[in-house]
Design a protein around this ligand. Structure first.
Ligand SMILES: Nc1ncnc2c1ncn2[C@@H]1O[C@H](COP(=O)(O)OP(=O)(O)OP(=O)(O)O)[C@@H](O)[C@H]1O
Ligand SMILES: [Mg+2]
Length: 241
């Protein structure tokens, strides 16, 4: 099976000396959806930022068999769609349309194709009504959905979604889960929404203090109450008696 993501012995220390990742290793097969769980500060977001080279640690990160290097960041970023944990890190243009068009325009697509992609992606997340509004005047959940759409409009091969369901109302949470299922792409979802992981992912990696604690089948990991509790997590709601 082709391995869409390979991470080997990845360590990363922030400039202030915080060691956020300490020798992380994991891989994802093509088309696999992987859940990344762990307590606050475990290193989940830091890890996702390595998937498209926004952060560069020591060790090895490969996307589709190509190692991420200083020389191929544009290529890597065209393959990996990253939804940041905080929408304000992602949205910076005057209107939703401008934020949405930014990526496709940088891919040198024709204006008509850009408009088509923007419309299709906004429709997927139920945000077409906000096309001409300022992102900064949208609610958190609306901004999160626009962020998901900005990534979809690029047509990525790999998705790295940081808390995609956080702050979404139940209907849009469900819609996002269905969307990720339908896209059928290699996906890494970092989240505290363990029920979403149960719905979406066949495998789970539990990270704590910058290290992989467990990497195993979702059903096995997310039903192990003592394991979850020893890392500040709880059984998914649907598995609580
Ligand atoms: N810009 C930064 N500078 C210094 N330290 C940082 C920075 N960003 C994160 N950290 C630290 O790195 C560690 C990992 O943080 P990270 O944001 O990756 O955790 P997380 O697992 O995503 O947590 P959460 O569940 O709260 O989103 C934490 O100790 C955090 O305080
Ligand atoms: Mg995080």
């Amino acid at each position: 099976m082709t391995r869409a993501i390979v991470i080997e012995d990845l360590s990363f220390t922030y400039p202030d000396g915080t060691e956020a990742l300490k020798g992380v290793g994991l891989c994802a097969a093509e088309g696999e959806r992987l859940g990344l769980v762990g307590p606050n500060g475990a290193g989940k977001s830091t890890l996702l930022l390595h998937l498209n080279g926004l952060l560069r640690g020591t060790g090895r990160v490969e996307i589709g068999g190509v190692e991420v290097t200083d020389g191929n960041l544009d290529e890597v970023r065209s393959k990996v769609g990253l939804v940041f944990q905080d929408p304000d890190d992602q949205l910076f243009m005057p209107t939703v349309f401008d934020d949405m068009a930014f990526g496709p325009l940088n891919m040198d697509l024709a204006r008509e194709e850009v408009e088509r992609r923007v419309e299709d992606a906004l429709r997927e997340v139920d945000m077409l009504y906000a096309t001409d509004r300022s992102s900064h005047h949208l609610s958190f959940g609306e901004r999160k959905r626009v962020c998901i759409a900005t990534v979809l409009s690029m047509g990525p091969k790999v998705l790295a979604f940081d808390e995609p369901t956080a702050n979404l109302d139940p209907r849009h949470r469900r819609q996002t889960i269905e969307l990720l299922r339908r896209l059928n792409l290699t996906t890494v979802v970092a989240t505290h929404d363990l029920d979403a992981v149960l719905d979406l992912c066949t495998r789970v990696v539990l990270l704590d203090e910058g290290r992989v604690v467990v990497d195993g089948p979702t059903e096995e990991v997310l039903t192990d109450q003592p394991l979850l509790e020893s890392h500040n997590l709880e059984l998914p709601l649907s598995r609580q008696s």
